[in-house]
Design a protein around this ligand. Sequence first.
Ligand code: 16G
Length: 241
Amino acid sequence: DQVGRLRADKSAPLYVQLQQLIRDAIGEQVLDQGDAIPPERDLAVEYDVSRITVRKAISGLVEEGLLSRRRGAGTFVVGRVEKSFSKLSSFTEDMAARGRVASSSWISRAAGQVSPEEAMALGLSPGAPVLRFARIRYADEVPMALEFSTIAGYCLASVDAVDNSLYAALEKAGTRPVRALQRLRAVPFTGEHAKMLGVDPGHAGLLIERRAFLRDGRPAEVTRSYYRGDAYDFVAELSDI
Ligand code: 16G
């Protein structure tokens, strides 16, 4: 049995063994995404270890991003979020498709003029008006990504048009993009970005830059999304039919 397993193996510290049991339970889907793990004291009794050992094991898994603590509610299985490449979808839609609730907090939003870099990325003329949005994106209240979006001025009346979902606002305005190019790059999180996502500086990140276009070919957005490397999987379907 489980308890026997934990006691028999002397090669690793108890908390590491307990972490492995929890990882296995998630891998074998005994514990599923969104499930609460048993309270500390129950785990301590069940595996005949101290609560300190349990706490240490859980803290490590929280740090890895596999579990998340919700104040007053307990500790839950985060699971990784998978994103398919082929469909041009929004963060809100991606999360909903996985049974998770997307939310955001604003870092900033403002109207301005296109920067040289944005003009190059979007193919806009110098001086063109743009709207900029910077957000922390959450899945079930777990921080998943930082997003910096620049939207061509003709797409939206003002920054206030965006509530939770940028694409919902664009859809309403009749300017939802229909085609996009994406570029991926591995990046370690810098101090400031790490802090906003609640990870350590140097934590593995995945930068995805999306340039998206309207049906008539005009540029709509350039967005840089910094995803937590431990929480986000990108999956591509390839075919040669
Ligand atoms: C996704 C897009 C981002 C878009 C956002 C809109 C990627 C890599 N990026 O995060 O370009 O601006 O969705 O999401 O998928 P929203 O409608 O939830 O605000």
